[in-house]
Write a protein that binds this ligand. Structure first.
Ligand code: ADP
Length: 399
């Protein structure tokens, strides 16, 4: 069974073709700069060099057409005919309170996703365009939507209601939703498997630290709290997003700097975070190098980042009434032994003991706590595409 997984952004489109009988990636690629000059498709068949084609890609429809063409190519493709493709799974950012699990896409689901556009104005329109482009190109192929918000729908009201007039929740759906759900689900489940313990018996804090970052409390396999909120701006410090701040700052900066609310929002999303504090870069590799050279604000950015994650671990241990494992994932979590070490330092009182030599790894599954550590610390590379492919398989009738 072959399944195509698509992650559509506003100007990019990532894809992976899976053979789901063996859970293997047959080919993957990236369509970049859709609707912008310099657009291109980079396609890689597993085991071969990448093939880059620069060509005009005015919209997602053309992007999908090029993906299909690449997948059918005689030399670097991975499908002999379109009939081989059983289904397409899409990453969709926001499903509001409408879906707590993945679903087969039909007209009703599309209408629901459109209703969620005000909740995710930057993401859902691109996801919808991707689904529509596939519907047009492959009208008979079933499609499945897998939502970033779905895993967090198990949060109790006490964790998702904000201290604003309740009517805003009723009228506009103002509440904590949380994101990266597919990743938190995957790494918590994988951590339980690695530890050889049933997830129903575990209290896990998962730290997805990438350009965007979020920390989640997973109790008995269910999300009970998460650091991102109504939008992905809340929580720990990110590449360019500020994370948690005093909301009064929005009015203060707008008035003082004579900026509109929209401009302040854009600043907090694009000019804050690690970039904002360091003044150097949003990329953690640059910050680690600058900190090594003694750059004080890069050192500070690392401290603010790890201090913030540390506080969430403590808060979520309290929320769950205990802690069995801490999991690090995504670009920073999988690769930065520095951030992992700075985060875990001082948490020995909670039973969290990092083994410094085991921590000296990147990009692979590992238990990095000491043998005697009460709380296990793990690195688990995330695989959101595999979760999407599995859900798509599960929701698609077999051939
Ligand atoms: P996204 O949220 O865009 O999916 P990723 O999960 O790919 O992001 O994470 C990107 C981040 O991972 C960047 O800030 C990058 O600096 C960081 N990163 C990648 N490799 C390393 C590394 N070897 N050491 C430290 N940080 C790394």
């Amino acid at each position: 069974m072959k399944i195509l997984v698509i992650n559509c952004g506003s100007s990019s489109l990532k894809y992976q073709l899976f053979d789901m009988d063996r859970e293997q990636v047959l080919a993957k690629g990236l369509v970049e700069r859709i609707g912008i000059e310099g657009s291109r498709i980079k396609h890689t068949k597993t085991g071969q060099d990448a093939v880059v084609t620069e060509t005009a890609i005015p919209d997602h429809k053309e992007g999908i057409r090029l993906v299909i063409e690449a997948l059918l190519d005689k030399s670097h493709g991975a499908l002999s005919s379109l009939g081989e493709l059983t289904a397409v799974g899409h990453r969709v950012v926001h499903a509001g309170e409408k879906f707590a699990a993945s679903v087969r896409i039909d007209a009703k689901v599309m209408a629901a996703l459109k209703e969620c556009v005000p909740l995710a104005p930057l993401h859902n329109p691109a996801n919808i365009m991707g689904i529509e482009a596939v519907t047009e190109a492959l009208p008979n192929v079933p499609q499945v939507g897998v939502f970033d918000t779905a895993f967090h729908q198990t949060m109790p009201e006490s964790a998702f209601i904000y201290g604003v007039p309740y009517g805003y929740y009723e009228k506009y759906g103002v509440r904590r939703y949380g994101f990266h759900g597919t990743s938190h689900y995957y790494v918590s489940k994988r951590a339980a498997e690695i530890l050889g313990r049933p997830i129903e018996k575990l209290k896990i804090v998962t730290c997805h630290l990438g350009n965007g970052s979020s920390v989640t409390a997973v109790r008995e396999g269910k999300s009970v709290d998460t650091s991102m909120g109504f939008t992905p701006l809340a929580g720990v410090l990110m590449g360019t997003r500020c994370g948690d701040i005093d909301p009064a700052l929005v009015a203060f900066i707008a008035e003082t700097e004579k900026l509109s609310v929209k401009e302040v929002d854009s600043m907090l999303n694009k000019k804050g975070g690690i970039l904002g504090i360091s003044g150097v870069s949003s990329d953690l590799r640059d910050i680690e190098e600058a900190a090594k050279r003694g750059e004080p604000r890069s050192k500070l950015a690392l401290q603010v980042l790890s201090y913030g994650i540390k506080k969430y671990i403590g808060a979520y241990a309290a929320a769950m009434g205990g802690l069995d494992a801490v999991v690090f994932t995504a670009g920073v979590g999988e690769n930065s032994s520095t951030v992992r070490a700075m985060t875990c330092e001082g948490l020995e009182f909670l039973g969290i003991e990092l083994d410094r030599s085991k921590n000296d790894i990147r990009g692979k599954e590992a238990v990095i706590s000491t043998d005697t550590s009460k709380v296990k610390i793990l690195v688990v590379p995330t695989d959101e595409e595999l979760v999407i492919a599995r859900d798509t398989k599960r929701l698609t009738p077999g051939p």
